[in-house]
Design a protein around this ligand. Sequence first.
Ligand code: FEO
Length: 396
Amino acid sequence: MPKVTLKNGINWVGVTDWNIRDFHDYVTSCGTSYNAYLIQDEKIALVDTVKATFCKELIAHISELTTLEKIDYIIVNHVEMDHSSSLPIIAELAKNAKICATARGKEELIKHYGAAFERVETVKSGDKISLGKKTLTFLEAPMLHWPDSMFTYIIEDKVLMPNDAFGQHLASSGHFDDEVDQERLMKEAITYYSNILTPFAPLIVKKLQEVIDIKLPIDIIAPSHGIIWRKDPMKIVNAYMDWSTGKVVKQKVSIVFDTMWDSTNKMARAISDGIASQGVEVKLFKLRCTENTDIVTEITDSKVVLVGSPTLNNGIFPSVSMFLTYITGLKPKDKLWGFFGSYGWGGGAVRGMVKVANEAGFEVIDLGIELKWVPTEAELKKCFDYGVQIAQKVKA
Ligand code: FEO
């Protein structure tokens, strides 16, 4: 493999997963990478490993630079298996290495891989490990992405390795931000943020502020997935701040719906016409035509989300239920929610969706709009007017 050097003595030894399309229900249409880094000084440290399927490739990449017996430290920034499932094999081969993780990380490693990981040494924020001329220090970052997560920072090189934070599911032959298309990079970065880190927005703001407050000089941000930020590392830090604080929210409505015999579709289109008539941006997503992954990304900068469902067996249509399960788990902030749908007998979908939204703590605009059988022209006008009201709320 051609060397991928971040700074003198710091090399990427990860793997590129070109073919993955499903990352625990996140549709990864651009593949991903599992980034691991080898830091070579008087002592040698490996930061993170890769998904077990690619363990041999990781070993090959390390072996081009050193032998595994020479590794002195294995730093585990995060235990989720895309980064740690090679660890049992690597730890056996790097038999002289101390393994370092947070206290929560140690607990999780033992639970994942057994008592062999009792040997893990715990580190906390501010602890330092000298490799010679290079010093590693740590910043605990619980819930970015799991309770165990931490960032590793190489003081002299000003390189931050924040694991999942600032990553993207993007496989690429270029490894740095100056080697890839910027629009694609930021699109995959916001998709990743929206689908993985949205629930932790308040913690992200707090952690970023902490990093800004201590004036941590950063030349390179080297996450555990996708592209490494060396040209403009603050670009992704500022983007995270904007996404996490709702600064990107604009006058935009996302309409997410499914339909059985086209009635809910007709309602969705009439509502969207009403919204558009007021000069407000609106996008429609039929659930069985669009991946949840993409819808959630569109919701990140939407002010209002309208969800439409026909009633099936007195309840919510299955694809809409699945979407609601996904979105209420992610809990995007700063949104207004509305619900609509058609029914044949007694209704129930709109009532059910409002209940789900209330239980999730979402701000629900009103009791929604529900119509029987096929909407008449007059009823479609009612939907159009509902759209006009929604647009006015967006503008307000
Ligand atoms: Fe990339 Fe939370 O694992």
